[in-house]
Design a protein. Structure first.
Length: 498
């Protein structure tokens, strides 16, 4: 192979070059020209070889060429193609072409030759203009979206970032920052969840996708901003070596969500109070007349009993009236409850783990509170048969209650577990929702599902009773376990699809 390469001539390489090449002697006479140069200048090989190169150079550039030629002949060194070595040449049709040039000296038998390499400068200029335009578009897009770019080098523990990110962190003139300094400005309550997201992305078995939201406290002005970060971890030999991504300032969005959530909560509480009030009014209306009649009949019976010789017929009529009115009250109450719960229960085959993730998304979107979710979801759990909307309402209510119970905890953690619940008679799905709040005592636990019983300053005590009723309608059970070292556990079951 090497022997064959040695047989190749200089002319073979010269003609195969993709750049335009001219070989001139020390008197500027063209000795050889390759096909690419012929195409640029529009002359044939015979028309160019033997001519002085000056006839190709635009007259106003010839003095500059003489200057470069003298410098080169005095010190014949390589000069690579660059924007600084440029000439305006003219082709066969006298059209001017701006070329970047490079010079390479070749000595042969004590005679100096110069190999001139040409590159059309307009292509470089167009590429530079395209690059500048692309960079400007990127800058405007970043500015409009509030995006920052970062590159976390795991090996050297350094974060490379752009101006947008450094300003948020309070490091205006810094292009790099140590990872320890980077972490120091992240809100302490958000460090665990952010690190968990990085750990998941660094797992070689994962997709490498990184996505998390956290707060940053500016080191200069102390202002706290919300950041949404997205990126990807890159691996080498199955080992993570860098994380590249973008950040977006979502503070305004978070504040808006918080205001909207406060408004939704107030509206929801008003609605619940109105429903409770109307329900109580309806029950009172249906029971008022029977109770009044029972009271009247009871007075008649008592009056007869006080007589020395009670009239048995009057006493019997009074007691019969009490029984009749009591039965009427019972029927009215059952009819009212049937009216309030009217409509056939529609159930469907549902993936319980998906229902849990959907409910978590609702709570996160509503910005109900900060917490670190820990999911212990059994992956091969069979589908359950339930009304998706009703079970989702129960999950959201349990999650919200747990978050409220952890409002004073430094690292609030919500643990959600799914498993198989097997007894002698049944085989059902079991969901456990556990917080790490302060919990409550057994006395409260005994009353927690009572209507209108609440431990919240603004609550009306209907969330858990309704939740229990919904689970029971769907064929399951809901109960609480407060005998834990920290926090409270709520459990509920649902039947599997047959």
């Amino acid at each position: 192979m090497i022997h064959e390469l040695k047989q190749l001539s200089f002319e073979t390489f010269f003609d195969a070059a993709v750049d335009a090449l001219l070989l001139i002697d020390d008197s500027s006479q063209i000795v050889q020209v390759n096909p690419m140069a012929q195409a640029i200048f529009g002359y044939s090989k015979d028309e160019l070889e033997g001519k002085n190169i000056e006839f190709l150079i635009v007259p106003r550039y010839r003095k500059q060429y003489h200057h470069y030629r003298e410098l080169f002949l005095n010190t014949p060194l390589k000069h690579p193609i660059s924007a600084g070595n440029g000439f305006a040449v003219q082709d066969r049709n006298r059209k001017e072409i701006l070329l970047d040039t490079g010079f390479s000296p070749i000595k042969l038998k004590q005679k100096l030759y110069v190999l001139i390499t040409f590159s059309v400068a307009s292509r470089r200029i167009e590429a530079e203009e395209a690059l500048r335009a692309s960079e400007e578009r990127l800058r405007l897009a970043k500015q409009a979206a509030g995006l920052g770019i970062f590159d976390y080098d795991f090996k050297h523990n350094i974060v490379y970032w752009d101006e947008q990110m450094s300003m948020l962190w309070g490091k205006r003139a810094s292009k790099t920052v140590s990872y320890d300094e980077f972490i120091a400005r992240i809100h302490p309550e958000d460090r665990v969840s952010r690190q968990s997201a990085i750990n998941r992305a660094m797992d070689p078995n994962s997709s490498g996708e990184f996505e998390v939201e956290y707060r940053v406290v500016n080191s200069v002005n102390g202002i706290t901003r919300w950041i949404a970060a997205r990126g990807r971890v890159y691996f080498e030999n199955n080992q993570p070596y860098r994380l590249i991504g973008v950040t977006r300032d979502i503070t305004d969005q978070k504040n808006l969500q918080k205001r909207l959530q406060v408004q939704r909560n107030e509206t929801e509480n008003i609605f619940k109070q109105q429903v409770a009030s109307l329900t109580a009014s309806a029950i009172a209306h249906e029971l008022n007349q029977p109770l009044a009649a029972i009271s009247a009949y009871s007075e008649v019976a008592l009056h007869e009993l006080h007589n020395k010789v009670p009239n048995s017929n009057d006493l019997k009529r009074a007691l019969d009236g009490c029984v009749s009115q009591a039965q009427r009250a019972g029927r009215s109450l059952h009819e009212l409850m049937a009216f309030l719960q009217k409509g056939k229960l529609i159930t469907e085959r549902s993936n319980l783990n998906e229902l849990i993730n959907d409910a978590l998304s609702i709570v996160n979107f509503d910005n109900y509170g900060e917490f670190d979710p820990v999911l212990n979801l059994q992956p091969d759990l069979p589908d359950v048969q339930c009304n998706r909307n009703q079970v989702q309402k129960v999950l959201v209510n349990l999650f919200r209650n747990a978050i409220e119970a952890m409002h004073a905890i430094e690292s609030p953690t919500l643990t959600i577990t799914t498993a198989m619940h097997i007894t002698m008679d049944t085989r059902m799905a079991l969901v456990t929702v556990q917080d790490n709040g302060s919990g409550f005592d057994t006395l409260i636990a005994e009353r927690i599902f009572e209507p209108f019983f609440t431990t919240k300053p603004t609550g009306i005590g209907m969330g858990l009773p309704i939740s229990r009723a919904l689970i029971e309608i769907n064929g399951g059970q809901l109960w609480v376990n407060c005998n834990t070292q920290a926090g409270t556990k709520f459990h509920f079951t649902l039947p599997f699809t047959l």
